[in-house]
Design a binder for this molecule. Structure first.
Ligand code: ZN
Length: 497
């Protein structure tokens, strides 16, 4: 999942972070590779004899379990998540008080599977699900300073593809179960861990199958927590912002195909497919994407307003009017890509494919467009708009689309997150948030389960810039903070009548 968090105050934050950035890179051993401090990997997954020993102190094991998970490559496609599910299940099997199993969602022989685990409660309240995903996006090794799949621990970080998105989330959830199972008394509700395959490709082979065929895994859950939101560190004198995602923009992924006369490269090529495709895609720049403030985004900025810089506070409180009436504010607002994405639909060409030989004109040329729509917008209507813009010479088909779903924000879980945020040091303010990326949460919102994107990690730019990028990493502090805070939130929720 990919997310950019709009900031109430940016310049001071950036200055602080920039100065810390080089220091952090050096301490992570990523600027100077020679002499990189490394802990010898204690976890060597890959065969049956190489499972980790039982967890003694979860704080001490967190980094090595995550490093081990990174070493089990689950790049999607093809995913191959079953091996990781099995490995993590073996970690959990050694714990008293946790049931765990590997769930094959596509037949017993599939190499794709989910991990399911549960710490039973006393049954007086419905379960809460901790959802994450086992697959990752690919890694362009040339852009990394270390092997993306080596699972390196050093300098206070775990580095590797999936460290944040989302193996780092799975490990925080897994260790939360371990910490809960070691409590004296059970919670009121079952806490269920669900780590699915295929999120990065839209979840059709993972979360979608759970939501359609395997409701038994959810046990009639009332709540679900997953990736998508987190803790934005404060600037001096301000509280941390705990962004709790309650809805998301939706994907409207399109395949564009141009067809033309195939033949020898020497014969002109007036009607060549690649040229037709290029012309059509160039017209995409003229796609009209007006600024719109949908109700969920208006609500988010209204909640953020009291914490925003004084000169934008009243504009955030009335975002629709402010963007329409104040050109200077509009320009400033739109200059932040994270914010700009929340007030308009976007469409980006992400792949191009045509031809195999320099002297041969191919019969067809293909592109894909990653369009993201504001909650409430229709992909069918947007696709019609794209068709009109690129012209009738090319075919435009929808590859993936779903409707936005929203969770209520006035809930006991939101209340618990708010109270836990307020008593931290530094204190935090929990706010409802709309994210420009998408997660698997919508499959479960669609079932009526209140689902929030929130993992209590206090990520700094050195960490967030690695999501889907090079040198992805998470600090050991954030792994610990994630587990401790999640346990605190679940206990706080439990204390509700
Ligand atoms: Zn992702």
């Amino acid at each position: 999942m990919n997310s950019l968090m709009p900031r109430a105050l940016t310049t001071a934050t950036m200055r602080r972070w920039r100065s810390g950035f080089v220091v952090a890179l050096v301490s992570a051993g990523l600027l100077a590779c020679a002499g990189t401090p490394q802990i010898a990997p204690a976890v060597q997954p890959g065969s049956d004899g190489e499972y980790p020993s039982p967890i003694a102190d979860w704080r001490g094991s967190a980094a090595e379990i995550l490093a081990g998970a990174i070493r089990l490559k689950t790049v999607n496609p093809p995913g191959d998540e079953a091996l990781l599910a099995k490995w993590l299940s073996r970690v959990l099997e050694q714990e008293d008080g946790i049931e765990s199993r590997v769930v094959s969602l596509e037949g017993a022989n599939s190499r794709r599977a989910a991990l399911w685990a549960r710490v039973p409660g006393n049954g007086s309240k419905p379960p809460l699900v901790l959802l994450s995903h086992l697959d990752t996006v690919p890694a362009d090794a040339d852009a990394w300073t270390v092997d993306p799949f080596a699972g390196i621990v050093g300098g206070g970080f775990v580095v590797g593809r999936g460290a944040l998105d989302a193996k780092g989330v799975t490990i925080v959830h897994l260790l939360t179960l371990v910490a809960l199972a070691r409590r004296d008394a059970p919670l009121d509700r079952d806490i269920i861990l669900l780590a699915t395959p295929d999120e990065e490709a839209g979840g059709l082979h993972g979360a979608a199958r759970v939501a359609r065929d395997r409701l038994d895994l959810l046990g009639g859950a009332e709540y679900l927590l997953t990736e998508g939101g987190g803790i934005q560190p404060s600037v001096a004198g301000q509280p941390d912002l705990w962004g709790v995602a309650f809805t998301e923009k939706t994907p409207c992924w399109l395949d564009v195909t141009a067809r033309g006369l195939p033949g020898h490269g020497s014969t002109g090529g007036q009607h060549a497919a690649p040229a037709r495709l290029a012309e059509a895609l160039a017209r995409l720049a003229h796609l009209d994407a007006p600024i719109q403030v949908v109700p969920s985004v208006a609500l988010m900025f209204e909640a953020l307003a009291p914490l925003a810089a004084e000169d934008v506070r009243s504009h955030f409180a009335q975002l629709r009017g402010a963007l329409a009436l104040h050109p200077e504010f509009r320009e400033r607002f739109l200059s932040d890509p994270g914010r700009a994405a929340l007030v308009r639909n976007t469409a980006v060409v992400t792949t191009l494919r045509a031809g195999e030989s320099v002297n041969m004109v191919p019969a067809s040329a293909h592109a894909s467009i990653d369009a993201r729509l504001l909650p409430g917008e229709s992909c069918i209507a947007f696709t019609e708009q794209v068709r009109r813009t690129v012209g009738a010479e090319v075919e435009v088909e929808i590859r993936l689309a779903f409707d936005a779903a929203e969770s209520p924000i006035d809930t006991a879980l939101m209340g618990a997150i708010k109270r836990v945020a307020a008593r931290q040091e530094p204190p935090g303010v929990a706010l409802p948030r709309v994210i420009a990326g998408f997660t698997d949460a919508h499959w479960f919102r669609g079932l009526g389960i209140t689902s929030y994107g929130f993992v209590p990690r206090r990520l700094r730019p050195i960490e967030t810039r690695g999501i889907h990028g090079p040198n992805e990493r998470i600090s050991l502090d954030n792994l610990t903070l994630g587990v401790e805070t999640l346990v605190e939130i679940l206990e706080e929720l439990d204390a509700q009548p």
